[in-house]
Design a protein around this ligand. Sequence first.
Ligand SMILES: NC(=O)c1ccc[n+]([C@@H]2O[C@H](COP(=O)([O-])OP(=O)(O)OC[C@H]3O[C@@H](n4cnc5c(N)ncnc54)[C@H](O)[C@@H]3O)[C@@H](O)[C@H]2O)c1
Length: 456
Amino acid sequence: MPKTPKNNLNSKVTRRDFLKSTASAGLGVALAGSSLSKPMYSLQEETSETDSLNIAVIGSGAQGRVLIESCLRIPGIRIVAVCDIWEYSQQYASGYLKKYGHIVNVYENYNDLLSKEKNLDAAIVATPDWNHAEHANACMEAGLHVYCEKEMSNSLTKARSMLQTAKRTGKLLQIGHQRRSNPRYKHAIDRLIHEKKLLGRVSQAYAQWNRAKNEMLGFPKKYAIDPVRLETYGYNSMLEFRNWRWFRKYGGGPIVDLGSHQIDLYSWVFGVNPETVFASGGNDYYKNREWYDNVLVIYEYATSEGKARALYQVQTTTKHGGFYETFMGDNGALVISEVPERGNWAIREAHAPEWDSLAKEGLLKSEAAPIQKIDTKDIFLDVRVTAETGRWPLPVELAKPAHQPHLENFFKAITHGVPLTCPPEVGYDTALAVLTVNSAVESRRLVKFRPEQFET
Ligand SMILES: NC(=O)c1ccc[n+]([C@@H]2O[C@H](COP(=O)([O-])OP(=O)(O)OC[C@H]3O[C@@H](n4cnc5c(N)ncnc54)[C@H](O)[C@@H]3O)[C@@H](O)[C@H]2O)c1
């Protein structure tokens, strides 16, 4: 059974236990006049206390910077140190932070950071997947709470070690499946699908992430890392260092990189982990990449209401349809995406119980846009059983960057003991479901999960 996210009992700490009396002075002033000058959400607003946390960021590449940007919008969060092996990323992040008044100590090696920074409360780990366990485990051992990006790890053994370290040290470990904290997704799944049974019995899901063809990432020549130093950190070349996702040593390919966000939702919606997975994929287009550039997947679930199936596809040579998730039941379907324009509505089946009362309660928007009628007189199609009653937009908006609520949940778990929305037990189960797709592609066989494989 998938976990109901909750913190380890021994990780419940009081404010006094974890807060080091640091001042958040300067943040508001530093942000004045910038686009970040009016944070849209504040820990203090909700709590009326001036909690402040000192944070280190390990891995300040593309995603590290996205998380830094969100942190800057959260009053009380002070980034004091950045660690990255690449000078380009060090300079980019420290320069960006300086603009907003955060003067950081910069490190190349996380061991130096952990031995020198004595006032840290937590670390954000946004290094490539294969480093997550090493970095997150070291931080937790050093007494820090950790926000670690997805995929929890590219290896289940390493993912399990993270789970065990979190349990043993009592430190919080949030895995970066940020949809788990997104109020739009929480409304759609917890409130509408689970509580209100909007869709009736949900027996099918479909999700996709299609991205257009693109070239391997390069780098400014003057920032090339010396091959010996690169090797010290385990990278075979600058090409692999920059494009780690595509190589087996460091990541899991597009199905893991992109698919894990959406496959994570299947067990949230169905309330159980998958029973089986079947997949087909290949390295059919690109010549210089190790992982599959396209994958089609079918999962089976044994839900409390009966059998359910979920399809998933990831494509890297077409962006057709973009990325979104659809959940289908006998009373309707719900389409949602992290980008609301791609999905933010429910569609009622004609025979389903009325939804007007839900709209009156504010749980759906009432202005259902009519589905265009198809004129069948010349094409002899039977559309009787496919008639739909229109789109009912979802009412919840997220007026802040997509990762911010997930970081807020993590910080509030530290300061106020609220449950994490993606604790390591959930991250582990998702990693198992997702990493197994690659084995299924390789074996060209249906793979059965054993219940004991999932974290119980
Ligand atoms: N949640 C999301 O929406 C989301 C989106 C993108 C990426 N991610 C995840 O974030 C992580 C980073 O992805 P990215 O796109 O930023 O990759 P990236 O290659 O742009 O950045 C990785 C950074 O880590 C640094 N690094 C590598 N090895 C290191 C080491 N041993 N010590 C310190 N620094 C090291 C690199 O120099 C680089 O700056 C991955 O786990 C990825 O799956 C999550």
